[in-house]
Write a new protein. Structure first.
Length: 315
């Protein structure tokens, strides 16, 4: 994705993905509460035909790049990397801008089954993951256009799927968070939205590969894992975090992850950040694969659960 492509995405869709809805709108424009700060009267104006914004309360405006640079407090490079991770319909050249619950899919799921494909198992192995994580995923076969594809699938609370294989990263059906419960019997259960599964403590991750990496290393952890599946779901994540007395954050070490982490820390005094454990790595999975690729580190770099604290040992 380049700047021109990102700026052609509807800002309305970008705002929706970040959880911001207009307070009023017509065919030409929409008004929002300030996305960068709290306010009681909408001062953020979006011009639909020009796809530009203007914030009257601060006297600034611009295009999508300008907006996300300020929103993430990040560089253009970081903004484009963030945009690559999203599933914006207008970036994929669809004719109709994605509206909430109205996206017409250009794919079809043909089969959902237990993980069997050796290529997918090898993919997980390359990410440092063993058969211990197989109960948390499925093997998804789907068709997009005239292509038949298959991938490791991780379900969210709305029945949508995050998909990964060696050459594909995407999502199908509705985007949502996922919650994994690791119960007293050390078995697994994912809340699909039909019923609330809550415990006193929760560990938060951006992506499911990071969450599964935590499962791989934390054999004795009891509690919930919340997978955001996109930092665009931060507001929804914060709603769910209200149910927990202990919140442990394992977010990515990039500008988007830092902004997300800081928002959660400001909103929840009981939240604790554990990114120091993998401070020299992009994310938790990179930390795990580094350990597994260097056997000499395996005895000294290990995440250990002790009362209310995650810590590194032997550094």
């Amino acid at each position: 994705m380049n700047c021109r492509q990102f700026n052609r995405i509807s800002l309305e869709e970008v705002l929706l993905s970040l959880g911001h809805l207009p307070t009023k709108q017509n065919e030409k424009e929409a008004w929002y509460l300030n996305p960068f700060a709290s306010e009681s009267q909408a001062s953020f104006k979006f011009n639909k035909s020009l796809n530009i914004w203007y914030l009257h309360s601060e006297g600034i405006g611009g295009n999508n790049i300008d907006f996300m640079k300020k929103y993430l407090n990040a560089s253009i490079k970081d903004v484009l990397e963030w945009g690559e991770k999203q599933n914006f319909s207008s970036f994929h050249q669809q004719n109709i801008i994605q509206k909430q619950n109205s996206l017409q899919p250009n794919y079809k799921i043909t089969e959902i089954k237990e993980l069997q494909n050796e290529h997918l198992k090898n993919y997980l192995e390359q990410r440092g993951l063993s058969p211990n994580v197989y109960p948390f995923v499925k093997e998804i076969h789907f068709k997009t256009g005239d292509k038949n594809l298959y991938a490791v699938g991780f379900q969210n609370q709305s029945g949508g799927w995050e998909l990964r294989n060696s050459f594909y990263k995407g999502a199908i059906l509705k985007k949502d968070i996922s919650i994994i419960n690791l119960n007293e019997n050390n078995s697994s259960k994912i809340d699909n939205g039909n019923g609330k599964i809550k415990t006193g403590n929760v560990a938060v991750f951006e992506g499911f590969i990071d969450a599964l990496s935590f499962v791989e290393m934390q054999k004795s952890y009891k509690g919930n894992l919340l997978v955001m599946n996109s930092i665009a779901l931060l507001n929804k994540t914060k709603e769910h975090l209200k149910d927990y007395s202990e919140i442990s954050l394992f977010l990515d070490n990039d500008p988007a992850g830092l902004k997300c982490k800081n928002e959660i820390l400001q909103s929840f005094p009981n939240a604790k950040d554990y990114s120091e454990i993998y401070e020299n790595h992009k994310d938790f999975n990179e930390y795990l694969t580094d350990i597994k690729n260097d056997v000499s580190k395996a005895g000294s770099l290990i995440v250990q659960k002790v009362p209310n604290v995650y810590k590194k040992r032997g550094r």
